[in-house]
Design a protein around this ligand. Structure first.
Ligand SMILES: [Zn+2]
Length: 266
């Protein structure tokens, strides 16, 4: 009976309205004044734990990888890194204030909704594996001419790509001379140098070695050198240095205090 009712409701109520009803009930259930998610405009009592629990992630203190508290928005499921990026775009760039041709690779879902609805953006989403984007793209062989984009966002992608140098070169090539890109990766600040081993090819082997079954390395601080080698200038922005703008000591927006933004330019 319940299933019948559920199906009837689905048929009668358009999906946009159903999703709005669901969001409203999640907002009520999770309401609180301690935290705020700007991606879904919700005030929540807490963000939920999230992340993988493979020992290597804890052992190497991989920022943005390991299981941790206060990560996931209970209303829209945005992650800490997605909320940080959104705040960075608002406060540290003019992305929302002038025309931009923006490439967003492997788009974060909530941020994609925000960017899609920004009328000043000529917005292109791309991915190699999923089809909920505008174009299929192999970032080691980008199908666009040199100097195509004013900005590129490509986060948590390079750690999946064996020839990451080729991918970085392609991102460099397609970025306009005055452009910028944000290239976030899971990163360890305790590893002496980036750890990769091309002989590890099984899912289980990669989980144990790199902390996820489709990762091919764990980056260390020499990530910056790899970016520099293809020509990028790299700026590492630590939001905790501007803590008042990014949510204050009580971490209003549920950000990861160890996470920095890697913003590159030509
Ligand atoms: Zn949210």
């Amino acid at each position: 009976m319940q299933k019948f009712f559920g199906n009837s409701l689905k048929q009668l109520v358009p999906s946009k309205i159903r999703s709005s009803i669901k969001k409203t009930s999640l907002r009520v259930a999770n309401f609180g004044t301690r935290h705020r998610c700007l991606l879904c405009n919700s005030n929540v009592k807490s963000f939920l734990p999230f992340g993988f629990s493979f020992p290597v992630l804890t052992e190497k203190q991989v920022v943005g990888g390991s299981y941790r508290q206060g990560v996931l928005c209970p209303v829209c499921t945005s992650l800490d890194r997605e909320r940080l990026l959104h705040l960075y775009l608002i406060h540290k760039t003019d992305l929302f204030n002038r025309p931009y041709k923006l490439l967003h690779v492997a788009p974060e879902p909530r941020l994609k909704e925000v960017l899609q609805s920004s009328p000043n953006l000529d917005y292109l989403t791309a991915d190699f594996y999923v089809d909920t984007v505008m174009v299929k793209m192999d970032i080691t062989d980008i199908q666009y001419p040199d100097n195509s984009f004013d900005a590129i966002i490509c986060n948590h992608v390079l750690e999946h790509i064996i020839d990451d140098g080729k991918a970085m070169s392609e991102l460099y090539r397609t970025l306009k001379p005055e452009g910028w890109a944000i290239l976030q990766v899971p990163i360890s600040h305790v590893l002496e140098s980036t750890y990769e081993d091309s002989s590890i090819v099984t899912k289980q082997g990669r989980e144990l070695a790199f902390g996820q079954d489709d990762h091919v390395r764990i980056y260390a601080d020499d990530y910056v050198d790899r970016l520099t080698q293809v020509g990028f200038k790299v700026k590492v922005f630590k939001w905790v240095d501007e803590i008042e703008v990014f949510g204050g000591e009580n971490n209003l927006f549920g950000l990861n205090k160890k996470e920095a933004i890697y913003c590159v330019s030509k």
